[in-house]
Design a binder for this molecule. Structure first.
Ligand SMILES: Cc1ncc(COP(=O)(O)O)c(C=O)c1O
Length: 460
């Protein structure tokens, strides 16, 4: 095989074959010999190797060690399955290899990101004039949004954090749902605000913020630069904070409100779940993912900000050799993210949204929620099994008796190869954590998984 066309066709064929058979693969490669994989890949040759040989070696060695996340019975973490059009667009993205910094480095990437960002705001019910950045995921989205928040609350206190740093500046309070995602803490570490300085707020039985406690915490210190972090979709239970009440409480203290909706923000795109996000559009910043519920291939997330100036002032930079910021009236993607040289993530997002359309996005969200409830309904009829959360979204927490037994059942299910669910500790107890996030999952996949779980439950 000599030509580039042959090489790329063969790689695409491999990817397509993999995806076509992935539904019947063992969902987790339990018995793969990782030493053998390493050995097959670890000799760095002295000289060049033909590209076709490189790809054969790589795919041959790695495919047995892959996890079937693009298959229909992977329910771990919150992992989407990569839509066909988005996957193909991602292949094109690699082929085109555009540094999506501004309209000079890639006019095409700048336009597509602009269009896709507008579609995202429309679907998610965010303010049309909000700024946005295409980042690497929820972590990147939370970090960028909280950096903009840091800029804004300190600027209001007369402090230019970008110039002067944090030392000797006014203290910034960060008040957050006690069950926030750990990426909020990591963002605070990176931003110099300090995870230890975070003031946690009590939650209700489902892990949503207790607004009375939020009010108490906010009132416990004099007003000053303050950021309140709320959540659309608790990573365990799927619970939503009460945005109307929580944002009103935050506004009483002049706080910036950030909403982490890595997967839960997508509830806003579906008429059946939209009520869960009521009021969130009044926040100052929002974070969500593309590679979770939108089923765009890894990696992409989106950071939105109701204060475009704060967003750009925090993230943008320039240098003598760089030109083109705001060129031809085009938004410069690099002004809203951490990276300069960056993948053109807009192409795959645009393709996912174009493939699904408005109704397809809504149906995807709705279907996953219906299937999550199907899991809960069927599992709750089994002896020893109880569902710990109100299944309001796509997350189900399941107990199989005491913690040790629950862990045994989870391990047995993971070893079955039929499906894969992770484990978590929530409110002091161990649970199987089921997240239905893939466009490929059907009722039959849920039923097949429930059968595998029942068998594991009986043998544990
Ligand atoms: C609520 C929430 N926030 C943030 C994240 C982090 O997202 P990512 O893994 O894309 O960085 C997750 C991941 O599950 C999440 O559920």
């Amino acid at each position: 095989m000599s030509s580039l066309l042959d090489l790329l066709t063969s790689a695409a064929t491999r990817a397509a074959d993999y995806r076509q058979e992935v539904a019947e693969r063992e969902v987790f490669p339990n018995d793969v010999d990782l030493d053998a994989v390493r050995t097959a890949l670890s000799s760095l040759p002295e000289g060049p190797t033909a590209a076709s040989v490189v790809i054969d070696e790589l795919a041959g060695a790695v495919e047995p060690a892959l996890v079937a996340t693009t298959g229909p019975r992977y329910f771990g973490f919150v992992v989407g399955g990569a839509l066909d059009a988005a996957t193909a667009a991602d292949i094109l993205t690699s082929g085109w290899d555009q540094p999506a910094f501004n309209a000079f480095t890639s006019p095409g990437a700048a336009v597509v990101e602009d269009v896709a960002g507008g579609w995202l705001k429309d679907l998610l019910g965010l303010p049309p004039d909000a700024s946005f950045g295409f980042v690497t995921g929820g972590q990147g989205a939370n970090t960028v949004a909280l950096a903009a928040a840091r800029h804004h609350v300190l600027a209001e206190a007369g402090w230019d954090v970008e110039q002067r740093g944090l030392l000797d500046g006014p203290a910034v309070r960060v008040v957050a749902n006690g069950e926030r995602h750990a990426t909020i803490d990591r963002a605070l570490r990176l931003l110099g605000l300090g995870a230890g300085a975070l003031e946690p707020v009590a939650t209700d039985a489902q892990g949503a913020i207790d607004v009375a406690d939020l009010t108490r915490v906010l009132a416990s210190a004099p007003d000053g630069p303050t950021i309140v972090c709320l959540q659309a979709g608790n990573v365990n239970s799927g619970a939503f904070d009460d945005f109307v009440a929580a944002i009103a409480a935050a506004r009483d203290h002049g706080a910036w409100v950030h909403v982490d909706g890595a997967f839960g923000l997508w509830a806003a795109a579906c008429p059946g779940t939209r009520h869960l996000t009521a009021g969130m559009e009044a926040a100052d910043s929002w974070a969500t993912d593309g590679h979770k519920w939108l089923n765009v291939p890894y990696d992409v997330g989106y950071s939105f900000c109701a204060h475009p100036h704060a967003h750009a002032a925090t993230m943008s930079y320039t240098a003598a050799y760089l030109t083109g910021q705001g060129e031809a009236g085009l938004r410069a993607p690099g002004d809203y993210v951490l990276e300069s040289s960056r993948r053109a993530r807009g192409f795959a997002t645009w393709a996912a949204l174009r493939q699904l359309g408005r109704s397809g996005v809504a149906e995807l969200v709705e279907r996953c929620c219906v299937l999550a409830r199907r899991f809960a309904e069927q599992l709750s009829t089994i002896d020893n099994v109880s569902i710990a959360n109100d299944v309001v979204l796509n997350q189900v927490l399941v107990s199989y008796g005491d913690d040790a037994r629950t862990d045994r059942v989870i391990e047995s299910v993971q070893r079955s190869g039929e499906c894969w669910m992770g484990a978590t500790t929530w409110h002091g107890r161990r649970f199987m954590r089921i997240s239905v996030s893939s466009w490929r999952t059907t009722e039959a996949d849920v039923d097949r998984s429930v059968a595998a779980i029942s068998a594991a439950n009986e043998s544990s």
